[in-house]
Design a protein around this ligand. Sequence first.
Ligand SMILES: N[C@H](CCC[C@H](N)C(=O)O)C(=O)O
Length: 303
Amino acid sequence: MGEQTAFAKMNGLGNEIIVADMRGRSDRVAPAAAIALAHDPATRFDQLMAIHDPKTLDTDYYVEIINCDGTQAQACGNGMRCVVQALAAETGRNSFTFETLAGILTAEEHAGGLISVDMGKPRFGWQEIPLAEEFHDTRRIELQVGPIDDPVLHSPSAASMGNPHAIFWVDRDVWSYELEKFGPLLENHPIFPERANISIAQITASDALTLRTWERSAGLTLACGSAACAAAVSAARTDRTGRNVTVTVPGGPLLIEWREDDHVLMTGPAEWEFAGSFDPATGAWMRDADAAPLNAIGKRGVA
Ligand SMILES: N[C@H](CCC[C@H](N)C(=O)O)C(=O)O
């Protein structure tokens, strides 16, 4: 049995997140522990964000992102906002520099509580996404589902925010498509050698779109921050919107700004639910008593 680690159960617009404090130790959250926590209804999560000591000079922390099936993800926008809120509550600081598999990210908590994460630069090259075959123009790749002469979904845009995304543009309300049916097929389509997060997007104004996402490894979620970024840059790149887009996901709105320096800034809320501790080897966990001292990450208002 390993040494217990403090965690906070949080969410970012309903994207279920566990923030785990793995600082000052060299072990990792085992995939089996993540799977066990994901299977318990009380700690069910989409992504687990494990905060580790920094690996690189001039970064504050290394963050490992683990999907609910135990696999690693390169990026998780909603999870990063939860990490920022937890660390801001603990340290009193409001800006941080993180390292993830997607690179070095900066993030800031604003006075009103909203959090902005610089999600880095999008990548559009077919080998960078990656796609299994050469596409010169990833604004529109050849891929469709449904009858060949009358496809339900077709010609998605593809992009990487560190993790792979495909965005299908639809004319009707995003809720009128059976994403739970098409999502698994598309996630695992051979065109995506590392699988992909699959979204459907409806443009609602020149600065707004609605989005639903079938996440790689996690399935349907209420919010996917990196997909919101991928959809916003793809909308701008295909002249569907400008570079500032309100992306409304099932959990609520995210503001996405594709800056002139090519970085994508995502702004939205995060919410703390409860704290506890778990064994990173097995996932066995306990909820903190309400009167617990301030040892749990991100616990607000407890002296
Ligand atoms: N919920 C996350 C995305 C998780 C991505 C993950 N499903 C993958 O790429 O494997 C977000 O807010 O960006």
